[in-house]
Each structure stands twice: as structure tokens, then as C-alpha cells.
Design a protein around this ligand. Sequence first.
Ligand code: MTE
Ligand code: MO
Length: 379
Amino acid sequence: DSVGADPQRRAARIVKSEEPFNAETPSSLLVHSFVTPADLFFVRNHLPFPEHTDASKHQLHVEVQNGKKKGTVTLNLDDLKEKFTPTTITSAVQCAGNRRAEMSKFKKVEGVMWDATAIGNAKWTGVRLRDVLIAAGVDPNDDNIKHIHFEGADIDPDSGNHFGVSIPYHKAMSPEVLIAYEMNGEPLSVEHGYPLRLVVPGVIGARQVKWLTTIRTSEKESPTQWQQKDYRAFSPAYNVGDNVDPASAPAIQEGPVQSAFCMPAPGSTISAEATEIDVAGYAWSGGGRGIIRVEVSTDDGATWHLTELKQAPDQTLDDMWAWTLWRAKIPLPANKRRHELVCKATDRSYNTQPETPVGIYNKDGLLHNCWHRITIDVK
Ligand code: MTE
Ligand code: MO
């Protein structure tokens, strides 16, 4: 399968688990390019890779309930390319578990121990989900449809269930949501969903279903564990092992404002003579809320330095699906054995990151977005 496509690039990623395959990008490589190369882009799988399907055999079933009428339209990749207008959008995918490892240092959490690079930014090409739903018989003004369900070809060997989730109908009908068949101008790789994946800009990675086989209209959210139980950030009142009512927190869709350092790498050293340091990282916020600034502090937030932002030229602060890359040269305080740097971003709703995990701790380590901290030892 594609996992072995380029052994060197594959080696460049940090493998978190082999079965299922989960890997993230080394942080310094993440800020090399505004668009993350597919073979460096993090991979998050809950289940074994699906049986390899040829694009010509892959079928997408669109099941629509329109009033009393129920119908299924089946499409393949060629149908999508022939019948619908292609669109390209640059959009970041961030796993809701990004930075979970840091939260677990604060207090124990459960899940894949991602560092700060379970995120990537790609140029996705495909067709609008909206166009496909309407062609399959959905009335855009139908208020009986509340959610759209999606299923992938991957199957849980224990339960026999396919990976599946849902997004609200109004989001599904928004023009930015795509059924993508290309990533960065190339056909999708198997790792990232070949031949078809859902791209839901502004929403956590979990809703962006790979190896997409089924789309279904519904009055309710998807019944799967990934919609009903996991990917909910519970109150800090609960710890690992506690019995929590899943209904006490809604399924996560949009994520909060986020930023992190990628350079220098955590644990780097610097000479005692250095008076400045080059720093760089990424920032992103859910719901298309653009990043208005990213600041860095060397004195734990007493004073802040602005950074220079790089953003998608075709996106505004109100539809910023892509991430922001930021960089700066920061003056270093003298006579220190060790420097502690923190960064924080602010989005277009003036939401900013919390200082510590104290108030946002949740037992599954989701949506960790407190000020990112790195320490640099002076040699
Ligand atoms: N789609 C399927 N079919 N199966 C999965 O396990 N994982 C989801 C999502 N889509 C998943 C899936 C999660 S949790 C994330 S974060 C993103 O895929 C990651 O996308 P990537 O592997 O292309 O980076
Ligand atoms: Mo995820």
C-alpha cells in the first residue's frame, strides 16, 4: 500500500503507532512550506487501512430522504469529474488530539500522544458537497434535514462498523466543503483517503472522512462512537477512569484558536553570546476565523513581541481555512542559563489562547490550545 511510497520521507515522519498507522511531522519540517507535502502530512487512522480500491471500482453512495421520497444515487470518480465543477481550496486539517502529550504532562489523559504537529495545510481539489447533495435530490431549503452522515471504506474488525461521523446540514451546504480527489495537485494518496475524502474547512480532522463511500441525509447526528462518545471535550471535573455521560458535551466541530512553535525545536540549545533568536510556527482557528496576530514572549507573558504572518492570499479574515505561518527574530534577555519562550495567537473574533491547561483540561486530551512553551538551554 501507499504507506511505503517513499521510505525516506516516511522515515522523516514520527510514527506514533503502526496498527493502526498514526504518524506526525517533525516540527522543523512543518514550517518549510505553506502547503504541507502529502508524504510529510500527519496521518491519523482509527482502523486498519481499507482494502485497496481502484478508483474505477470505488463507489460513492448518496442516500437522500426528500419528504417521503427516499433514493440513492451512486457515483464514481469519473462521474464526479464529469458532472460537477471542480474547486480548489487551501485548508488546514488539525486533529482534535493535537498537543495531547503536553496536556498529559499537566494531568493524565488518554489517547494517541500527539506532540504539536498533528496538523498540516494542503491544497484540496474536488467538487462541492452541496452540488452533489442537490444533484442527488436534496432541497436546499429542506428543514427536516439536520445532519449529513459520512462513512469511509475502513472497517472495525471487532464490530464490523465502518468509520463514520456527521456534520450539521448548514455546514454541509456551505460552499467550502468538498469531496476531494486531489491533494496539492496530485491524486490523493491512500494514507490521506484515495480515491475520495471529505474536506470540511474550519472543522476538526475527525469529520473529514477518508476513503469516502457513503453520504446520508438525516434528522440526527451519526450514531457511531466517533460522533456519540469520542471527540467530545468533557469538563475538567472529570478525570481518566470516570464514568461520564457523553451527552454532557456536544460532538466537537469547529476548534478553538491555536498556535505553536515549530522552530527552534523543543530542547534546542543556543550560545551564550546570542542576543536574538529566530522563531517560527503555525497558527489556525476553527470556523474560518482568520488569525489577526501571533505574539512571542521571553518573560512568561510580561512583555510580547509581534511576529510576521504568512497567510493564504485568496482568503480573508472571515474565510481563512488555511493556516497562518509566522516567524520573527526575538531579542533574548541577557545572563540566562535557559530561555523559556511562549507563543499565543488571536483570531478574528478576538479569541485568544488560555495561558495554562488548568481550565481546559479534559480526560481525553482534546483541543489543547494553551500558550505553547519551549525551553532553550544556553551553552
Ligand atoms: N477517515 C476515515 N475513514 N478513518 C479515520 O480513521 N480519521 C480522522 C479523519 N478521517 C479517519 C478519517 C481523523 S481523527 C483525522 S485527524 C483526519 O482524518 C486525519 O487526516 P489525515 O490522516 O489525512 O491527516
Ligand atoms: Mo483526529
